[in-house]
Design a protein around this ligand. Sequence first.
Ligand code: UTP
Length: 225
Amino acid sequence: MRLVIRIGGSVIASPVNVELIEKYAHILKQLKIQGHEVVAVIGGGKTARKFIEIANKLGLGEKDQDEVAISISRLFAQLFIKKLEKISCGKVPTSLAEVTRYLDEGKLVVMGGLKPGITTDTVAAMVAEKIDADLIVKATDQEGIYDKDPRKHKDAVKLDRVSIENLTQIFERDKHEAGIHQILDPEAVKIIQRARLKVVVVNGFNPENVLLAVKGKRGIGTLIE
Ligand code: UTP
């Protein structure tokens, strides 16, 4: 399968968790050994946000702040690339064209952000659309997608499966509550809808969940299709 594995900065970089980075590097390698074509998109999490804050205090504009955050996400991608040695793409791709070139060369691709004004979720969706991915797995700091913001509503229920249409409805309902938007960026959802991409959102603090999601195990996180 062609896979896009979106590893949340909230999981590996908030704070930086070396053990988890190592586990994810191992999991990406396993997926490659299993014969999958893999693009991993890494976020910068709190570390990136810290640098956004620094840039902001320096009086830099939003574009510059984003560029700094992108650099942080690419730094994390670089750690993966170094750790994965020869099976990886060697350098962090900075365009979709580079991603496809490395994939065509049989490399395991690891990347961060692409351009200011978007999120890493949107990057993952853009890549998935470009390479016609079979599945996006998003490893995040929640169990999956809930019918409402679980931090505000005690009766919020984790959904095992949600259609893209229903997801859009939940987003509409939840418009003024930041919760769900932190799980999956609405900009990314638009691309997911347009390209009919399949997504599984899992709790990334247990990296094995990514392997289970790829195997198609039901009930792990939330399946969007
Ligand atoms: P994200 O908020 O997308 O990554 O990027 P994350 O830390 O993995 O998020 P979780 O784990 O899903 O919560 C951090 C910031 O980097 C900038 C944006 O400012 C974004 O909010 N960024 C990232 C870009 O400007 N462009 C990109 O392509 C990617």
